[in-house]
Ligand binder design. Structure first.
Ligand code: HEM
Length: 556
């Protein structure tokens, strides 16, 4: 099973003599402490730690086993295999009479969870005997599979109002693997159902998938900082730190201010006509061709040139932009095969960007020049300027590329949406918002927890990496009923595809303007739009979108 809880089944007694008998008679154990004194065991745990590749029987010793301070007396048996553990369970089962006798002698049965570091003390703190009605009785069916047993107990506990307060759902799935990237939504639904916070044993981070939690954390920079980078690996974060994306207020506000005028509605108004002209010209070329690839010929061309022109980049070398942005985005996740495969693109892009510090290459009046002006008057260092420019180029590129690819695929798939759009151009904005929700281009970025933060029943410890899963949040059925369906009437303006809070996408106005201009040009020039072949989903682990959407259009 890929997704499971890291669990404990705990049994503890208020009749310690019975428990001692249980250990000595049933398990044949003599327990002594470090001085060789006999100690009275207080509880027995069965645990299964798939992440640690071992299974464990732990005996809690000492009368004061309720006290986390006494955990030092814990004695553990490590079972190297599940068979060992099962062997132990069989012995328990064989001793049914004794076992049930203990159950009926007023003992509590609990289900407890390790914290992600495997720190057992929180097991006790979490469960808190004070929360357990005494005597609390629960018989355990030892023939159940372990997973079922754990989940069953957890359910019964909750039904009885006993908080399993440190219940820490975990997954050993690689959320950035090719399999998950190819079909993420069933996995994301499972994660959302497991709990508000799920720990990734594979890459050592916590992931938030429920809309309200993701939004709150995205807006809460004091608890979830961007200043240590918003990627998974420290290596990649070193490159990001100090950019607009990877900083906190007040530094962040200063970096963001450099281009805020140009990206504000008034600044953008000056470019609206230019973008619209370009969209009409591109669509006219496609209509003349009849068949083309919506990704290769439109989505990867249009934003590259729009943003390239706004920044004032030379035409020469622009071919580095989209592949460079794609490779950069992939680097926000683990350094997996996809990242390695795309390293050459990343290097070519970085080399090319390095040459942009020479302002003679930049068209006067563009964003590039505005950033260089900020270097001249001391608001930015040269390095921060390149990082800032790069952040805009990367962020403004593959995000929009993927959104437009998904949009074109949807229009070809859904003649009803296309017809509605043709009939009423005012539907363009809600269509774009809904595609951003449904096919969220950036699946999520990371933050680092600055302090222990409790969400639901989980504690995210200070220093932990946290993945804000915007893609999962945007399909949370609690927020958006029937979330897997494109609904033209939904107009989900509060989706999280552009993030939220202080780092909310600065380019969202531009992205919306680009989409509106393209939809308007399509509606004006295209009669029918259909798939001319099977679309191919992209493989980038951090982005969602298409690599190819073959299309056929008829004028009209
Ligand atoms: C559909 C298209 C787009 C999507 C889905 C998108 C998505 C996002 C997201 C999710 C963030 C938040 C990052 C975070 O919280 O860590 C972000 C930030 C940002 N985006 Fe976009 N973006 C898009 C288009 C653009 C465009 C066109 C530009 C500019 C040319 C742009 C520039 C930026 C910048 C500079 C940031 C960093 C803002 C900050 O950290 O304060 N984006 N974007």
């Amino acid at each position: 099973m890929a997704i499971q809880r890291l669990g404990h089944v705990g049994i503890w007694v208020d009749d310690l003599q019975k428990m001692t008998n249980f250990y000595s008679e049933v398990l044949g154990l003599q327990i002594t402490d470090a001085t060789g004194e006999d100690v009275t065991p207080g509880a027995v745990f069965l645990s299964s730690r798939p992440d640690k590749a071992h299974h464990e029987l732990a005996l809690m010793a000492g009368r004061t086993n309720h006290d986390p301070g006494r955990l030092i007396n814990q004695i553990s048996w490590m079972c190297e295999s599940l068979e060992d553990l099962q062997g132990f369970r069989q012995r328990l089962a064989a001793s049914e009479a004794t076992f049930h006798e203990i159950v009926t002698h007023g003992m509590a049965v609990g289900i407890y969870f390790y914290d992600p570091e495997g720190n057992r003390s929180e097991v006790f703190a979490a469960t808190g005997l004070d929360d357990v009605p005494q005597p609390y009785k629960r018989a355990i069916d030892l023939d159940q599979p372990l997973d079922g047993l754990l989940q069953d107990l957890d359910r019964q506990h909750r039904a009885d109002g006993i908080p399993s307060s440190l219940a820490q759902p975990a997954t050993d799935l690689d959320l950035f693997s090719a399999d998950v990237v190819a079909d993420p939504f069933p996995v994301l639904a499972q994660l959302r159902a497991l709990g508000p916070v799920v720990y990734s044993t594979r890459h050592d981070f916590y992931v938030l998938t429920r809309y309200e939690d993701v939004r709150a954390a995205t807006g809460n920079w004091r608890s979830f900082t961007s200043a240590q980078g918003v990627a998974l690996t420290d290596e990649f974060n070193q490159q990001l730190v100090g950019s607009v994306l990877a900083s906190d207020p007040p530094e962040h506000s200063a970096l963001r201010a450099v281009l805020s005028d140009k990206l504000a509605p008034r600044g953008l108004a000056a470019t609206r006509e230019q973008i619209s002209r370009y969209a009409h010209q591109l669509v006219a070329e496609m209509v003349a061709r009849g068949t083309f690839d919506g990704v290769v010929d439109v989505a990867r061309v249009y934003p590259v040139n729009v943003v390239g022109d706004l920044v004032g980049l030379p035409m020469e070398g622009r071919e580095n932009l989209q592949p460079g942005a794609d490779a950069t985005f992939a680097g926000f996740g683990p350094f997996n095969e996809y990242v390695m495969e795309h390293l050459p693109q990343l290097i070519a892009y970085t080399d090319w960007m390095g040459t942009m510090a020479d302002r003679s290459k930049l068209t006067p009046g563009g964003w590039g020049e505005a950033v260089m002006d900020a270097v001249d008057d001391g608001r930015l260092t040269q390095l921060a300027a390149i990082k800032t420019l790069s952040a805009y180029l990367v962020a403004g590129m593959d995000t929009t590329v993927n959104a437009i690819g998904s949009l074109l695929r949807l229009l070809a798939d859904r003649p009803d949406v296309w017809a509605a759009l043709k009939a009423d151009g005012r539907l363009a904005p809600p269509v774009f918002e809904e595609i951003l929700r449904l096919e969220t281009p950036v699946i999520g970025f990371f933050r680092v927890a600055t302090r222990d933060t409790t969400i639901g029943e989980s504690v995210i410890p200070a220093g932990a990496k946290v993945l804000l899963h915007w893609e999962a949040a945007n399909r949370d059925p609690v927020k958006y009923p029937d979330p897997d369906t494109f609904d033209i009437s939904r107009n989900p303006v509060d989706h999280l595809a552009f993030g939220w809070g202080p780092h909310a996408c600065t380019g969202q106005g531009l992205a919306r303007m680009e989409a509106a201009a393209l939809l308007e040009a399509l509606a004006a020039q295209v009669g029918a739009l259909e798939l001319a072949g099977e679309p191919v989903l992209g493989r980038n682990p951090v982005l969602r979108g298409y690599e190819s959407v073959p299309l056929r259009v008829l004028p009209g």
